[in-house]
Design a protein around this ligand. Structure first.
Ligand code: ATP
Ligand code: MG
Length: 575
């Protein structure tokens, strides 16, 4: 393509609302524009990248035995009511009515639609297994759409759903998809990590996320420095450790109340009493689904993992109570709460079990207890793993490893669903003995448009994007220093044609712009290989090759340029 005939509206200014690099660069390099919050136009270069990602995803999904189909975006409410998610999904589900007042939603994910499709078309075990996928626009009315294509409200997803006669076959397909995802993200040229994950609104019992490692990632993940355990911190288990000192069977010193005027938070009281944070027990009041206040205890240096708390309390939501409701529920000013004598349901993290010599609020303003002995002074209704894993924790899987923290961008997730949807929606098959059985299911998503952003987060420098070869909008950029000069134009046009004939994807910067502008734009847009054609080079019969990634340059003879570039690209694509 010719640059002059392509819509590449590059900008000099960084967009004010863009926080992360990929968002800034995608807008500046003329790939996307926002039309409403979290909804974007994809300009031609962006669409080329998306199509390339889709092609790799399709090739690998087809190779893995999945079949592509296309389901509707507008989904009737009845199916969502059958699964129970019409109510459960909340505000993220974009709902609307048709002219006859019937309820619909814009599909945020398609378990209901595909389960309905399969129950209407599959009868016998002979027709299973099946893996059906689509690549489609999804809509989720996200609370905080941000970071450009990373968290949009409208975005492109590959979603796949598999159907099986039994658990073993479903697990086999889960592994098959897991391996397929590894291949896909490797071919995309990304550095990624599969991690154990929570199942969220999709549900099911086992799940892995594929995380592209990047500082700007919204997800916190931990991995073992010794074995291959890795998990989203939401999910990461914490090995229970008995607090040091408990083994020594000695009587604790007497409980003592001390005044802590105006000192509320753990750091404040810790500084005031000159004690380390891990000697504290933090007392937090949460509200559950039915507004019941529940107290969660964690050590002063730990944080509550709300997902774990939800699981322990068996409720859908837990919300940290605000100061007014804490005071209303306990009669104590926030900051001075403690478990001793508190008449509320208390759940405590495993690390609180057996703590002695600890500090807690004294349930009256400006006072704390010191020398708290959990076993002697208070008894929670449950001890459970409630806290967020942190870097340095012992690995929950192996003996010697320690956890390390990273940030990641979730680009894909695989779920073992079991019969969650098939039982609710009556998706059954007849087994060999003619008995009716619920179908076992798995589902597998990839964020196609989010991948565009993730690739840039991992591949950029101060001057712009550096596309991995496999998803670059073009492989080669031809940049004549002055396209108006006949000699340069002829050489550029000739190379452009020859490269195209060889099947190379090439963009020709035929604009009447100053060389400086062209070079800047070339770096910004990030095409992996640049061919500069200038008068000095041509005098020596040469053009200049420059790799965007490392800036290495090379002069090659103009006569064999097309052939040489073609073979370089073939090597790069195979690498
Ligand atoms: P997240 O936790 O980031 O909200 P999710 O776990 O809800 O995502 P899934 O239901 O697993 O998302 O969707 C499959 C894939 O779709 C995700 O792995 C992610 O790559 C992509 N995706 C999900 N939500 C968005 C979004 N708002 N914008 C862009 N891509 C998204
Ligand atoms: Mg997910």
């Amino acid at each position: 393509m010719r640059w002059s005939k392509t819509l590449i509206p590059t900008l000099k200014e960084v967009p004010a609302d863009a926080e992360v690099v990929s968002h800034k660069l995608l807008v500046r390099a003329g790939f996307i524009r926002q039309i409403s919050r979290g909804v974007y136009d994809y300009f031609p270069l962006a669409l080329k990248v998306i199509r390339k990602i889709e092609t790799i995803v399709r090739e690998e999904m087809n190779r893995a035995g999945a079949q592509e189909l296309l389901m509707p975006i507008s989904c009737p409410a009845e199916l969502w009511q059958e699964s129970g998610r019409w109510d459960y999904y909340g505000k993220e589900l974009m709902r609307f009515k048709d002219r006859n007042e019937r309820d619909f939603c814009l599909g945020p994910t398609h378990e209901e639609i595909v389960t309905d499709l399969v129950r209407r078309s599959v009868r016998s075990y002979r027709e299973l297994p099946l893996n059906l996928y689509q690549i489609q626009t999804k809509f989720r009315d996200e609370l905080r759409p941000r970071f450009g294509l990373m968290r949009g409200r409208e975005f492109i997803m590959k979603d796949a759903y598999s159907f099986h006669t039994d658990i073993d076959d479903c697990r086999r397909e889960y592994d098959n998809m897991y391996q397929t995802y590894r291949r896909i993200f490797s071919r995309l040229g990304l550095s990624f990590r599969p991690v154990e994950a929570d199942t969220g609104a999709i549900g099911g019992s086992q799940s892995h996320e594929f995380q592209v490692l990047a500082e700007s990632g919204e997800d916190a993940i931990v991995s073992c420095n010794s074995c291959d355990y890795a998990a989203n911190v939401e999910k990461a288990e914490v090995k229970s450790e008995r607090p040091a000192g408990r083994e020594i069977s000695q009587e604790s010193p007497k409980l003592e109340k001390v005044t802590t005027p105006g000192k509320k938070s753990v750091p404040e009281v810790a500084e005031f009493l000159n004690l380390p944070a891990d000697k504290f027990i933090k007392t937090l009041v949460y509200k559950t689904d039915n507004d019941e206040p529940v107290v969660a205890l964690v050590r002063g240096d730990h944080e509550v993992n709300e997902l774990k708390l939800r699981t322990v309390l068996r409720c859908r939501d837990v919300i940290l109570a605000d100061e007014t409701s804490v005071a209303a529920a306990t009669g104590v000013a926030p900051g001075y709460l403690g478990p001793i004598g508190l008449k509320l349901r208390i759940v405590a993290d495993l690390s609180v079990q057996g703590m002695c010599g600890a500090v807690t609020g004294a349930n009256e303003a400006n006072a704390h207890f010191v020398q708290v002995d959990q076993e002697r002074d208070f008894t929670p209704s449950t001890f459970a793993d409630l806290r967020l894993a942190v870097s340095g924790d012992a690995c929950p899987r192996c003996e010697k490893g320690k956890l390390e923290s990273h940030r990641g961008i979730e680009v894909g997730q695989v779920f073992y669903l079991g019969t969650k949807y098939s039982e609710k929606m009556g998706a059954t098959f007849l087994d060999a003995e003619g008995r009716e059985q619920p179908i076992q299911m798995g589902c597998y998503g990839i964020g196609i448009s989010r991948l565009v952003a993730a690739a840039i987060e991992q591949n950029h420098d101060a001057n712009g994007i550096i596309w991995p070869f496999s998803i670059a909008p073009f492989q080669v950029l031809i940049l004549p220093i002055n396209y108006k000069e006949e000699r340069l134009r002829d050489a550029a046009d000739m190379l452009y044609q020859e490269l195209q004939q060889r099947g190379v994807e090439v963009l020709l910067d035929d604009r009447d712009e100053r060389p400086g502008v062209k070079f800047k734009d070339a770096d910004l847009v990030g095409i992996p290989l640049r061919v500069t054609i200038g008068a000095k080079g041509l005098d020596k019969g040469c053009v200049e090759l420059r790799w965007r990634r490392d800036g290495k340059t090379d002069d090659i003879p103009v006569g064999s340029a097309a052939k040489d570039i073609h073979s370089l690209i073939t090597q790069a694509v195979q690498a």
